[in-house]
Design a protein around this ligand. Sequence first.
Ligand code: AHR
Length: 664
Amino acid sequence: MNTRLKLLGAVCAQVLVVSALAQNKTTLTVQADKPVSEIQSTMWGIFFEDINYGADGGLNAELVKNKSFEFDVPLMGWSEAKTDKFSNNLESGAVMIINRSLSPDEKGPNPRFARVTVNNAAGYALVNEGFFGMGVKKGITYTFSLHAKPIEGSADIKVELVDDKGQSLGSSSIKPDSKDWKKYATTFVASETVAKAKLKLSFTGKGVTDIDLVSLFPSDTWKNRPGGMRADLVQLLYDLKPGFLRFPGGCIVEGRDLSQRYQWKKTVGNVEERELLINRWNTEFKHRPAPDYFQSFGIGFYEYFQLAEDIGASPLPILSCGLSCQFNTAEAVPMDQLDPYIQDALDLIEFANGAATTTWGKLRADMGHPQPFNLKLIGVGNEQWGPQYIERYKVFEKAIKAKYPEVKIVSGSGPFPDGEMFEYGWEELRKLNAEIVDEHYYRSPQWFFENATRYDKYDRKGPKIFAGEYAAQSVAIASPENKNNWQCALSEAAFMTGLERNADVVYLTSYAPLLAHVEGWQWTPDLIWFDNLNAHATPNYYVQKLFANNRGTHTLSIKSGTENVTGQNGLYSSAVWDGNAKEVVLKIVNGSENAVSPEIQLQGGKKYSDKAVMTTLKSELTSVNSLQDPSHIKPEESTIAVKNKSIALNIAPNSLVVVRIKTK
Ligand code: AHR
């Protein structure tokens, strides 16, 4: 290389350094003593839908699959034991499904039961495989129950957890002794931790026994509630400090046709009397078929309200508006037959809030919660669109407001964040002065970065926003190749600074979907992944957690010069005042490949502690967490100096930082 070229190279290198430094010289000015607008306590919430085995096989700690033989294939999940002792042929015994509809007196929500015949001394055994096996933990007590009715003779039933080699992990026994149907229960302790155990029921003693509602629950559920929820999963939800809990969806609200819509009244009362329903995600995606996916409603509307209360979230139920999924059958209830649907909405409010003397309030009280659940929000329809939705919405709105003017109604703008359906819905809802409009965005990370300013332009006097379902898709919407990688999470964080800056318009937000079983998912990405024993948070979860745990009570202005910080030099930022902790809280995303060192200037008369706490989330863009490496990406805390109302920050490439500055 000749000398001139070398010199030129050196000059260029210097110019690069200087321009990088110039970029690093960004000053962000926070108007720390001028709160701009209030932030709703509901701002950062959770969306729960029974997708990806989020309920049965997930949050619902029930270990038995198809406990009452109501799946389309009545013995799905069950098999005859294959051991030396039990020869599995008609000589030793048999199982047969009986339908109660044969006997008109016995019709009900649970039409089928199993008839087990034992022919000889060898006995006969049935095995339940659980959901992808049964996660069993050493030292934990398990409660087994079943309903039984001896028809001939009297069998002993040995109840046993076994591993994949058939080794016992704990057992007990039951001897049905009543001539009528009766519930029997027993407990035993597991001797080992096994991810894929099975439940074996061994019948001995010649005779015939009818069985139904076979159940096995661990005792270490959330709050140790019998028949409760998986504690590790609820803990992750609790740790988010969510403002609200949306339930039950999602498309599951609508059903593929109206007969499969979510009907809350069928999900309350005695768990054992709840009618099974197919899960619409069962065959939704050809690439992820789940023929054994049903809804037992072990988690129904009572359990939902209780969960919301436990985790400090406002309930936000979404109800069918009389339209089934418009991507599927688009069945519409005729307008003159909408009354039962509207009555369901009114009755749900009574179930949640009504006095124990009202019909539905009494049911809530009888189920164990005399106090109201304090329902303040209700959603009409999920991803509906077009005139059919608007005309139905109007009728719901009128009826709900006439009886419960204090309950705020969430309406929907369809499945997409723009386009014809969206524009039409918005135009109509604006005319109706809708209170809160739900918007959904499953888009690329780039879209999320670019849309950090989306709500800067929204009408301050129009309806408020519920960003009700969103998640960056690393490949394409609902692609099975999508990953919960750091790039997606970072782009969501950038977008969320825009949600927060616009908290005067955006009242509620939730990532979707929430839960996914690593073996049973239909949709990815998801906020939390789990197997039968463990769960892990995704980088997206940590982003949600950092925003929700640092919510603040009021927004503050944070600017670069006179501009909001919305991507200049890759930086995105929002600031809040936390009136409870008396702290200023900054969220800054560096979406660039360079480290950035902005100076933060805190303007106004407040005095600050000389140390601030900075929490950083950073990684390679393609990194993910997994059950094997659950903490690959996780928040790290450090302390930084505050001098003369100024903070010199050093923000790593592709990172999110949250800075909490205490006032004196
Ligand atoms: O979150 C998964 C699905 O995405 C929801 O059920 C639906 O509302 C949306 O299309």
